[in-house]
Structure formats: structure tokens, C-alpha cells
Design a binder for this molecule. Structure first.
Ligand SMILES: [Zn+2]
Length: 196
């Protein structure tokens, strides 16, 4: 089935991949994705690559926590989220499921994440943009990420410093994971291609 998603490649796109939902290190405490596949809509990937190159000019790299997220995964996250303000209702659909949203941070030349004041998926008021309750350094690192992403064509949302999406998301339909064949993150390794 044709779909608009393309894999994000750490070398080709100059980013670091740390797909937390393919590991137990996420709010559900277990892997949600069966395989560590990072996909994005090709329009979003083009913008992300722009941001990655601008970060490289500063001696930094983008570290990607999640990009395309199947609807099935969104349901699991919704069920696990302590505060539903921070997770898109699966009955509406997440912009991640459109392939145009990305969760990320910045890492320095030493490979360590810059201090953003909270961990990824910290679903509290501390994760809000312009929170003055995190250190000045964290506030400035958040602004740096914000500038890189906005210059590349993304928009932020107020409650999550790590989340960015393309504008005009309505023009990008939700992508069913069953259209993705072996690129479906939910497809267990070793299973035959379930694409129809
Ligand atoms: Zn997100």
C-alpha cells in the first residue's frame, strides 16, 4: 500500500536515534514497538534534516525519541498516561500518527543530552515551554531547540518542550500501520509481512 513515510537514517540525516518506545524506558515500563523503526512523513523529514544540519553547525546533534507512531501504540500510551493533557486522544489521532510530529532533544559533542530541565515524557508543568521553574541553562537550551526547529519549519506545542510538528497537520492524514509492511514498528521481528 503506498504511504508517505520514509525511514530516518542516523548517518544520512545526521541525527542520533534513541527510540524509547522500542525499549522499556517509557511511561508504560515495557517496549511498545516490536522493532526499532523510525519513520517520518517525507515533508517532515526534509525539515528535520534542515534542523539537524543547523544543529551540527553549532557542534550539536538532534536526538530523536519518537517520530511516526502507529495508532495501536497511541492507544497504549493513552491508557498509561497519568494526565491525559499530555497525550493525544486516540479517538482523534496523534500528529505522530500522521508522521509529521517528532519528539527530540539536543546532544553535545560528548554525546550527552543537554539539560532541558526535565526528562522526556515528564508529564508535569515543568515540561511546559517557558517554564521558569527549570534552571536558566535549561530554559536557554529549550530556546535553542525551539529556534532550530522553528527555523526548519516546525511548530511547538505549549506543554511539551520535546514535541514539534509541521504546521497545517490536517492536510496529512493518519497513516494506518497496516500499510507499512515490514516498516511497521508494531510488527514482531520474524513475523511474515502482514501488509495487505
Ligand atoms: Zn510528541
Amino acid at each position: 500500500m503506498p504511504h508517505p513515510l520514509v525511514p530516518l537514517d542516523p548517518v544520512e540525516h545526521s541525527v542520533v536515534l534513541d527510540l524509547v518506545y522500542a525499549t522499556p524506558h517509557n511511561i508504560t515500563g515495557k517496549p511498545i514497538y516490536a522493532r526499532p523503526v523510525c519513520l517520518m512523513h517525507r515533508d517532515a523529514q526534509r525539515c528535520l534534516h534542515r534542523a539537524a544540519l543547523a544543529a551540527l553547525d553549532l557542534g550539536l546533534r538532534l536526538k530523536i525519541f519518537d517520530a511516526f507512531r502507529p495508532q495501536e501504540a497511541q492507544v497504549l500510551l493513552w491508557d498509561a498516561a497519568p494526565d491525559k493533557v499530555y497525550v493525544a486522544d486516540p479517538s482523534v489521532g496523534s500528529n505522530h500518527t500522521r508522521g509529521v510530529a517528532v519528539d527530540l532533544t539536543l546532544v553535545g559533542a560528548n554525546g550527552l543530552e543537554l539539560d532541558m530541565g526535565t526528562a522526556f515524557d515528564d508529564m508535569t508543568a515543568l515540561s511546559h515551554h517557558y517554564s521558569e521553574k527549570v534552571s536558566p541553562e535549561a530554559q536557554s537550551n529549550r530556546l535553542l531547540l525551539l529556534n532550530l526547529m522553528e527555523d526548519a519549519g516546525f511548530e511547538c506545542i505549549p506543554f511539551e518542550w520535546w514535541h514539534y510538528a509541521l504546521p497545517n497537520v490536517e492536510q496529512y492524514p493518519l497513516v494506518p500501520s497496516t500499510h507499512l509492511g515490514e516498516l511497521n514498528p508494531m510488527l514482531p521481528l520474524g513475523e511474515p509481512n502482514s501488509a495487505k
